[in-house]
Ligand binder design. Structure first.
Ligand SMILES: Nc1ncnc2c1ncn2[C@@H]1O[C@H](COP(=O)(O)OP(=O)(O)O)[C@@H](O)[C@H]1O
Ligand SMILES: [Mg+2]
Length: 608
């Protein structure tokens, strides 16, 4: 009946529905006039009881705002926007930010600085910048966010927006150097190749119509390809034109780097050759990144090895495959650092001293549960984050409600809700879990044998019911029974992905670039100055431990706030308007815990 109700509402253009403490948001996949107008924002803002108006994200937003004003503990609020890719999370977060920018507008103009805009504008301007650099066209969403985001809107004691901070998670940096068939690279690359002026084309070496391997499907024109919007937003965030110019030049350098191809050397003791027809690209890449071509080539083709008692350094030519991995790695590490730096700059521009603000509203926009035919470390991390959030939801809503009935002595038959602690133990628990075994494998620093690793996982974690294996597959794998369904993860390359190694020669060459942006991104630290040897030994902080750390930090913040949930649903996989696929909606309702939440609400005492 939940499904029926949602479908009936969808056909008459009602996209929002309350379900227990969550708001279900169906993606209309078409612009709906007046659904997000300033007039409507006002209507919800001034309403005596906004919850009596039609269900809407603005009702949630306003309620959240009033909670802050009421000063009842916990004063701080969070809005958790979840759903699968293309369901409307980013759209929703953007609308929420617009709502707060309008109702909680700051009274005073900050610092009287002309070039720096008001805080609301800067907070809103962070969206196009982050999306240009962090979003891409995928099979499931033309504007898919390839990172998770938590933004804290900070309010002063008059409940005006005084500042904000953004935390991002796990940018999919592999996309810079690899795009799945029919997908695209990050929007910004298309923006610069399509939107550069004639003068810039010359400077960045981007002639019209040139072909780049890392720029597939560029004939597809998207709304997101608008360069001017990104530039203006960057400018308002305090990134001046010359720094912007520097950024785009480096990005163009990456595109040229992507065209460099290696061929097998005639003699194994020699480094790989650069294919003749791609020699110009190496040169241009070197020019744009301000790295001498010989140094660039050396870092891509030659590995330093220290051996023997005297710790002598030997030079060893890399195989063709290794050269390619290094080329890709160079691009990924530059892009990831650039993204990190952008987030930092944005944060500086919207930052205020904590003494200025007294409370906050947090907006969480993270990737939903993922299950593809092939899954690896990325999906493991994403699904782990979703398990964590699901547990948070269960704890805060289901448990709280049941305990409340018990505390009031009300007759109540406990519904068996599925607690996912077991699954979380399997992924991140101590001392033995998938994460701990992955990290162990990285620490041992031996060439990993995936078959042995599969056996090791099975032996160590056999008593956890959430673990199984696809025995029909020849490839080493494991299956985790997540709250939202089973997912089979491939073990091939997983350990290497977790290590995410950056060859020290690449760091060295970047540190010695003459480009001022690259110098900022790769500062020379005392420890690694001219010393490739010690870098080899630097402790590896693995991808999963980093991710786990940042997620735990986030959960701590969430746990200290009053949560609100917006569950975004994608009515059909083809992103078509007015199309409601029942099976697809149903599985999403189950995956986000809506069905359970409603059962509990209905079985209990929904009216108080
Ligand atoms: N409320 C809405 N009204 C109109 N279109 C929407 C709405 N929400 C989402 N869309 C459309 O769906 C697309 C995907 O939404 P997005 O927020 O990017 O998904 P997600 O962040 O969940 O992956 C958007 O680019 C937009 O075209
Ligand atoms: Mg998104």
């Amino acid at each position: 009946s939940v499904l029926k109700c949602l479908q009936a509402r969808y056909t008459v253009n009602l996209f929002y529905t309350n379900a227990g403490c969550s708001l279900v948001a169906l993606n209309p996949f078409q612009p709906i006039s007046c659904l997000y107008s300033p007039e409507l924002m006002r209507e919800y803002h001034v309403a005596l009881r906004p919850q009596d108006l039609k269900p809407h994200i603005f009702a949630v937003a306003e309620q959240t705002y009033r909670n802050v004003q009421s000063q009842i503990d916990p004063v701080n609020q969070s809005i958790i926007v979840s759903g699968e890719s293309g369901a409307g999370k980013t759209w929703t977060s953007r609308c929420l930010m617009k709502f707060y920018a309008s109702v909680a507008a700051s009274v005073l103009c900050p610092k009287g600085n002309e070039t720096v805009e008001r805080i609301e504008k800067r907070v809103l301007d962070s969206n196009p910048v982050m999306e240009a650099f962090g979003n891409a066209c995928t099979l499931r969403n033309n504007n898919s966010s390839r990172f998770g985001k938590y933004i804290q809107l900070q309010l002063d004691r008059f409940h005006h927006l005084s500042s904000a901070s953004i935390q991002t998670f796990l940018l999919e940096k592999t996309r810079v150097a690899y795009q799945a068939p029919n997908e695209r690279n990050f929007h910004i690359f298309y923006q610069i190749t399509k939107g550069a002026t004639a003068e810039e084309r010359l400077e960045w070496n981007l002639p019209e119509g040139a072909d780049y391997r890392w720029l597939p499907n560029s004939e597809r024109n998207l709304d997101e390809d608008c360069f001017a919007v990104t530039r203006d937003a960057m400018f308002h965030l305090g990134i001046d034109r010359s720094t912007q110019n520097n950024i785009f030049k480096v990005l163009s350098g990456l595109l040229h780097l992507g065209n460099v191809q290696f061929s097998h050397p005639v003699d194994e003791s020699q480094p790989c050759e650069v294919e003749d027809k791609t020699k110009d690209f190496v040169k241009t890449a070197g020019d744009l990144l301000k790295i001498p071509v010989e140094e660039l080539l050396e870092s891509l083709r030659i590995r330093m090895i220290t051996a023997g008692k005297q710790q002598q350094v030997f030079k060893k030519p890399c195989s063709r495959a290794e050269c390619e991995t290094r080329r890709d790695c160079l691009a990924k590490v530059i892009y990831a650092k650039l993204f990190e730096w952008l987030v930092l700059v944005i944060n500086e521009s919207i930052y205020a001293d904590p003494s200025v603000w007294t409370s906050f509203i947090g907006l969480l926009d993270v990737y939903g549960f993922e299950a593809f035919p092939e899954n690896n470390l990325e999906q493991l991390c994403i699904n782990y984050a979703n398990e964590k959030l699901q547990q948070h939801f269960v704890a805060h809503y289901l448990k709280a409600q049941q305990e409340e009935y018990a505390a009031e002595g009300l007759q109540w038959s406990f519904i068996n809700y599925q607690d996912n602690q077991n699954c979380l133990d399997l992924i991140e628990g101590n001392p033995l879990s998938i994460f701990s075994l992955l990290n162990e494998e990285c620490r041992l620093n031996r060439s990993s044998n995936t078959d042995l690793f599969q056996t090791r996982i099975e032996k160590a974690l056999s008593n956890n019911q959430c673990l199984s294996r696809n025995k029909f597959s020849k490839k080493p794998n494991f299956i985790i029974s997540h709250y939202a369904g089973k997912v089979c993860y491939q073990l091939a390359a997983m350990v290497e992905k977790n290590k995410d190694p950056i060859p020290p020669e690449l760091v060295y060459v970047l540190q010695n670039s003459k480009d001022s942006l690259l110098q900022k991104l790769f500062p020379v630290t005392e420890r690694n100055q001219n010393n490739i040897k010690t870098q080899n030994r630097a402790a590896v902080v693995t991808v999963v431990s980093k991710f786990k750390g940042s997620l735990e930090h986030l959960m701590q913040i969430l746990n200290s706030t009053t949560p609100h949930y917006i569950r975004c649903i994608k009515p059909n996989a083809d992103c078509k308007a007015m199309t409601f696929k029942r099976e697809e909606v149903l599985s999403q309702l189950q995956a986000c815990g809506i069905v359970e939440a409603i059962t509990i609400s209905a079985a209990g005492f929904p009216v108080r």
